[in-house]
Write a protein that binds this ligand. Structure first.
Ligand SMILES: Nc1ncnc2c1ncn2[C@@H]1O[C@H](C[S@+](CC[C@H]([NH3+])C(=O)[O-])CC(=O)[O-])[C@@H](O)[C@H]1O
Length: 331
């Protein structure tokens, strides 16, 4: 596919035989158009690290484990494990995980398994469903979705390192049923009612036009499909929205932090029904922190050291909510 270093054909074939033919056709035509994503100064080094991963056959793949398990420690010797660790480390920073790769524990910045644990019992069972995960990072949650029996999982994330991290892991997993494509939500078709469940987690607060984001997600859902939406919320009564001026928890591009009531209204306004609050919790420095695998600063440096209920800018510290909502049968 024209200069793109990843062969997506087996995945797209899998999509075609699992009710996602329209998406596969779209992705095939879109990939050459996002070629600039692959013009990245570090791509060669990342690709070289992936190509140099030691050849080890996993005796076990467990996508239901909290630390997604790829192989067992006994599948290779210490020198291969050292080599593996060193090559995976070249894909630093690892933000979303954790993974246990032949006994190498990839201790990512986020305990993404905690988020999964908080929501997995409350969403429609994924067995046999066609799933889209918008802003999927390394694809950790995509793999957990596959572990729940999803028929196909399309992860999209415009950040090339995360696309490559998934490629590294998939050298061993060898699944054709899930992948990470270098697309933004805005690159997706305006309307394609293909997916039974659409996840948007950790993306909405980065959008200037949150309702436009939600409407787009709805147009990608099949009739009666489910949206799983996770975002920063303001813990306050009523309908209010924090629109941070300047940075929020040292992040640029945080535009909207609504109360749960306002977020529910947005979902209703955008044509969703059966709106449910599944979880709300403060993000702790146990869940998001610097590790050997993510050596940059993390959440603790974004909070006021004298009062961790505040960000360094004096705003309420990050609280995230997960909501589910259904696309009604008839629009
Ligand atoms: N326009 C866009 N379209 C698609 N993805 C985007 C866009 N803009 C940014 N991203 C991607 O969205 C992800 C947001 S992180 C959530 C990861 C996972 N979902 C999680 O819930 O742990 C935020 C967090 O740390 O919570 C990043 O990987 C971006 O590259």
């Amino acid at each position: 596919m024209n200069n793109i270093p990843i062969d997506y054909s087996p995945f797209l074939e899998h999509c075609r035989s699992n009710g996602l033919a329209e998406f596969a056709d779209f992705a095939e035509s879109k990939l050459p158009q996002v070629r600039e994503v692959f013009v990245h100064g570090d791509l060669e080094a990342w690709q070289a690290a992936i190509d140099a991963l030691p050849q080890i056959s996993p005796s076990v793949i467990d996508l239901t484990a909290a630390a997604v398990r790829i192989g067992a420690a006994g599948d290779c010797d210490e020198s291969a494990r050292k080599e593996l660790r060193e090559k995976l480390m070249r894909l630093h920073p690892w933000r979303k995980g954790p993974f246990d790769v032949f006994g190498v524990y990839v201790d990512t910045e986020w305990r993404s398994d905690w988020k999964w644990q908080r929501l997995c019992e409350s969403i429609s069972p994924l067995k046999g469903r066609r799933v889209l995960d918008v802003g999927c990072g390394s694809g950790y949650h995509c793999l957990r979705m596959l572990g729940e029996g999803a028929a196909a999982v399309v992860g999209i994330d415009p950040f090339l390192l995360f696309v490559m991290q998934f490629q590294a892991l998939n050298r061993y997993i060898k699944t054709d049923a899930a992948t990470v494509l270098p697309f933004r939500l805005e690159d997706m078709p305006d309307s394609m009612e293909s997916f039974d469940t659409v996840f948007s987690m950790g993306v909405l607060y980065h959008r200037r036009e949150p309702k436009e984001h939600i409407r787009h997600l709805r147009r990608l859902l099949s009739s009666r499909g489910e949206l799983v939406l996770e975002t920063l919320v303001l813990q306050a009564a009523g309908r209010d929205c924090l629109v941070p001026k300047g940075r929020y928890a040292r992040m640029r591009n945080v535009w909207n932090i609504p109360t749960v009531d306002l977020l529910s209204d947005w979902l209703t306004d955008c044509g969703f029904s059966d709106i449910k609050l599944v979880d709300i919790c403060r993000t702790t420095t146990d869940e998001q922190r610097s590790t050997d695998w993510m050596r940059f600063e993390s959440l603790d440096k974004c909070l006021d050291p004298r009062d961790i209920t505040k960000t360094v800018e004096g705003r309420p510290a990050p609280v995230r909510a997960v909501l589910t909502a259904k696309k009604p049968e008839k629009e």
